[in-house]
Ligand binder design. Sequence first.
Ligand SMILES: C[S@@+](CC[C@H](N)C(=O)[O-])C[C@H]1O[C@@H](n2cnc3c(N)ncnc32)[C@H](O)[C@@H]1O
Length: 242
Amino acid sequence: MPDAHYDDPVLAALYDVQCGWSEDRDFYLALAGTPPQDVLDLGCGTGLLCNAYAAEGHRVTGLDPSPGMLDVARRSPRGAEIEWILGTAETARPGKTFDLIIMTGHAFQVLLEDADIAGTLAFIREHLKPGGRAVFESRNPAIDWVKDWDGHTETIDLHGVPVGYSVHVLDRTADRMTFEQRYAFPDRTLPSLSTLRFASRAEIEALIAAAGLVADPLQGDWQGGLFDPEISEEMIFTVRIS
Ligand SMILES: C[S@@+](CC[C@H](N)C(=O)[O-])C[C@H]1O[C@@H](n2cnc3c(N)ncnc32)[C@H](O)[C@@H]1O
């Protein structure tokens, strides 16, 4: 099930203002080889990265289960050149294979159950070209994310309209966090409830192996540094067909 957050057209429109271009996107953009490569963005959201790959001459497919996000993506500058698919990895059948499959913006963490992760990895296994690779990241569960997120507030400038944003963590178990995000517009407040999974490296690596994939050395930051379990915020997985 898509997170309801991304189904709200107002919040989908706000997404690019709040989550604009960032160093993780530079990292992902640099992964594609000489164009044209076939690139699939799983959980593409509003298609920021899809647009950047298309601008470099790649053949791009963006897949997302949220109609609100895909509506924004379709209207993006290179939206007409990109193939958009409404669905998840477990339901969609693109009918082609890819040189590069990415899942960015911690979209991997919306996969709450092992079966969801296994289904997504099986899709990746089935849709990679020989020699292709898939890259995705999940936050390191050893980091104190509650301390970072709970009570965070900021004001987002939505084209001149101030929108108050706050985060409240409601529940944290061994591998999940449920939190509410509040968006205070001048005339109304939109709350949004989300749950993310913080799977361990071992759990994810076991599911990668079970899917018939092999992983490169785990990276821990967007500069290509290797994962350090104590301090790395990110676990960046690169997987290939074994
Ligand atoms: C935090 S956004 C990331 C969007 C984009 N990848 C980025 O980096 O900006 C998470 C996205 O994952 C999508 N999503 C939710 N469930 C999904 C699933 N099962 N498979 C793929 N994407 C999913 C949401 O609709 C949303 O667009």
